[in-house]
Design a protein around this ligand. Structure first.
Ligand code: ZN
Length: 363
């Protein structure tokens, strides 16, 4: 009978799940079946999973989001290849290979995918949001979503970069087309996407402005390259301060994913020909627009989400090369995921919160 027991054990794994949408108390560490890879899929032994604000929204429940319960969240996965599903051999991965996962899954052949607009794909979905994700010892993902992680690049770094850096890269480079010596304003310096935007702005030779909420976060924002940082809790007319700091040119590009709380002021900072780009609104979804400014100053308002496969691979290459370096705020153990959610809910973090599921020997 020992064999039977072993087989039984081999088929379950630890995962942090929730059985219904709601507060952080709904998360629980449980034993669940190990997922089997279907055709075109690969099973990953998860080393790290990084948090995103999306995790909180998915846990709370989103309009139209119907999940198979219990759900396993977590979009930013890195680890090693465990088992190859049928038809994946030609991609060249072997068991044991160190890999990172693109959480954005597209079909690869529809009209939008062919145009490089993967996030607009008819079947676009995000691992950990629409399907089970990485807060588990194993995760099954499409082989097309994998990229090797070179030796010398920690798996923790790769997990921390995947969603935030592709989102930032598409907003700043793909959509707003930020140019050298332009002014870039990044709202909410502490988030993973914002720290990525600041670094990408500096890499491109822009002058980077940001607003944040404490002396410590101001110091950290400067440390990763922000040229001008304003504490919006002390300076409630920060939009005027930024305008003065820019020599009355205003901003060429603004990245605002804060939403209702900052949008009107963000729009006021825009100079002539300015572009404002958003990937969401953490403080609320309804935004105001003054059409007089929009047309007279030639402003452009852009929405953006995630990135296409090529952009993801480009920005991960920049991370691997050390040109962009994800800021790790804190690392939590697997069982401490609820504490990690609380830290993000309180907006205490600066950079990425990562969960060590199994870790790796070199970390
Ligand atoms: Zn498609």
């Amino acid at each position: 009978m020992p064999d039977a027991v072993q087989t039984q054990e081999a088929r379950t794994m630890k995962a942090v799940v929730f059985h219904e949408h709601g507060p952080v108390e709904n998360l629980s560490l449980e034993s669940v079946p190990v997922p089997e890879p279907g055709a075109g899929d690969v099973r990953i032994k998860v080393a790290y999973c990084a948090l995103n604000h999306l995790d909180l929204w998915t846990r709370d429940g989103l309009p139209g989001l119907k999940l198979e319960m219990p759900h396993i969240g977590g979009s930013d996965i890195s680890g090693t290849v465990d088992t190859l599903g049928a038809g994946t051999e030609r991609y060249g991965f072997q068991p044991g290979d160190r890999v990172v996962v693109n959480p954005g899954v597209s079909c690869g052949h529809c009209r939008f995918c062919r145009m490089g607009e993967d996030p607009l794909c008819d079947t676009y979905h995000i691992l950990g949001e629409h399907t089970r994700g990485g807060y588990a010892e194993y995760a099954v993902v499409p082989v097309r979503s994998l990229m090797s992680v070179p030796e010398g690049v920690p798996l923790k770094t790769a997990a921390a970069a995947s969603l935030a850096y592709q989102t930032a890269y598409r907003m700043v480079v793909g959509r707003a087309k930020l140019r050298p010596r332009e002014n870039l304003l990044v709202l909410g310096a502490g988030s993973g996407v914002s720290t990525a935007c600041i670094q990408i702005g500096k890499m491109l030779g822009a002058t980077v402005y940001t607003i944040t909420s404490s002396d410590e976060k101001m110091r950290l924002a400067k440390a990763i390259g922000a040229d001008h940082v304003v504490d919006y809790t002390k300076d409630t007319e920060w939009e005027k301060t930024l305008y003065k700091l820019s020599g009355k040119r205003g901003m060429d590009v603004v990245v605002d994913h804060v939403g209702e709380a900052t949008w009107v002021k963000s729009m006021r900072t825009l100079g002539k020909g300015g572009r404002i780009v958003t990937c969401g609104g953490t403080t609320g979804p309804k935004l105001q627009l003054d059409v007089r400014h929009l047309f007279w100053k030639g402003h452009t308002v852009m929405g953006s989400t995630m990135a296409n496969d090529q952009e993801w691979r480009e920005v991960m290459g920049l991370v691997y090369a050390g040109k962009l370096e994800p800021v790790i705020d804190t690392e939590f153990g697997f069982a401490d995921l609820p504490d990690a959610h609380r830290r993000m809910e309180e907006a205490e973090q600066f950079g990425k919160i990562v969960i060590r599921v199994a870790g790796e020997p070199d970390s």
